[in-house]
Design a protein. Structure first.
Length: 351
């Protein structure tokens, strides 16, 4: 049996006062008022998708931090759209979606879940078809201190948790999909404290108008992985005729072999955040290694997504047999983040 040693009431009260003063002094010395009020108990955010950014997934849209009708991301660029309340991390195409790309959790308790919505491009289904359910299949996870993370656009039938479940970091929540108000397979991740949306690149306590906050919510590995340029040549390939972006984005233009009598040899590329003034060069080489078509295009409009193709019609009875190499190079002489050069190479065999 344990016994408690009790102090006299006066001594106890004086001790409590001293402890309170010591705690106040420590707090004042170790943190600013903003940090003291807003220090986050949320675990460091890891990537919401099991992927390698800039290789098989791409950060397409950032949080719109402009409170008005304008658009501004955390770096005072415009890599978002008006009113966007999270980040969009996309995968290559519908083929990758069907293979299954896991969505991973930050530790917490599942607050709400929805599943059962079809994976359909909202541009085809119409906005009214998802009214009130724009998030599509998804879930909300609660964390200490009033924080929440929300995951949207998961694949139908893939949600692997239910309300009330405790989830751990890295646990699979579901698979990347295109449900709800989505036009490409991706996960929308939104972070909130109370009813306020928090940009994970800013966190809390930022005093400067642009750039990372003093304590971003991303963990260091995730922040480093997501620091790649927003501009990306994320998909490319060969086709036998003029290419359609919808077909390419479905994953059906990924052939590596064609018959020699195809009517044309077309090199296509799909891009994120190509900017006005960018130079886009298409070069196709035949089996001899010599380029037989070389074209440079100047992009005239900044767009979140852009699909472009260039090629050559067959003039002889058939194409020479062998391997054909296509290269697309995007060049930017100057910009907000300096010069940029990106390239993608694809090879096709004609038999």
């Amino acid at each position: 049996m344990a016994f408690l040693l009790r102090k006299p009431r006066a001594a106890l009260a004086f001790t409590v006062i001293l402890q309170g003063m010591a705690a106040f002094v420590h707090l004042a010395l170790s943190a600013s008022p903003v940090q003291a009020q807003e220090r986050t108990p949320l675990p460091e955010l890891s990537l919401p998708i099991r992927c390698q950014p800039a290789r098989d997934c791409w950060l397409v849209n950032y949080v719109d931090v402009d409170p008005g009708p304008g658009i501004s991301d955390f770096a005072c660029a415009k890599r978002s759209y008006d009113g966007h309340k999270g980040i969009d991390l996309a995968i290559r195409d519908l083929i990758e979606m069907k293979k299954g790309v896991p969505v991973a959790a930050v530790g917490g308790v599942v607050k709400a879940v929805r599943d059962g919505m079809k994976d359909v491009d909202v541009a085809i289904a119409g906005v009214k078809s998802v009214e009130g359910r724009e998030c599509g299949n998804g879930l909300v996870v609660s964390h200490r201190g009033g924080w929440e993370t929300q995951y949207c656009h998961l694949r139908r039938g893939s949600v692997a948790v239910k309300a009330g479940d405790a989830v751990s970091r890295g646990q699979r929540l579901g698979l990347v999909g295109i449900s709800g108000r989505a036009q490409f397979p991706h996960v929308h991740l939104s972070i909130r404290k109370g009813n306020k949306v928090i940009d994970p690149f800013i966190g809390v306590g930022r005093r400067k108008p642009c750039g990372l906050g003093p304590a971003p919510l991303w963990g260091k590995p995730a922040l480093a992985a997501l620091s790649a340029p927003a501009t990306a040549l994320f998909n490319a390939g060969f086709a036998a005729t003029a290419s359609d972006p919808g077909v390419a984005r479905s994953g059906l233009l990924a052939a590596s072999r064609f018959p020699r009598d195809i009517p044309a040899l077309v090199l296509w590329v799909d891009m994120y955040w190509a900017e006005a003034g960018d130079q886009l060069r298409f070069r196709i080489s035949g089996p001899s290694g010599k380029a037989f078509t070389n074209k440079t295009i100047t992009i005239t409009m900044t767009q979140p997504r852009r699909f472009t193709f260039f090629g050559k019609k067959r003039k002889a009875r058939s194409w020479p047999p062998g391997r054909y190499r296509g290269e697309v190079v995007l060049s930017r002489k100057k910009g907000r983040f300096g010069p940029l050069r990106l390239s993608v190479v694809r090879v096709v065999e004609l038999r």
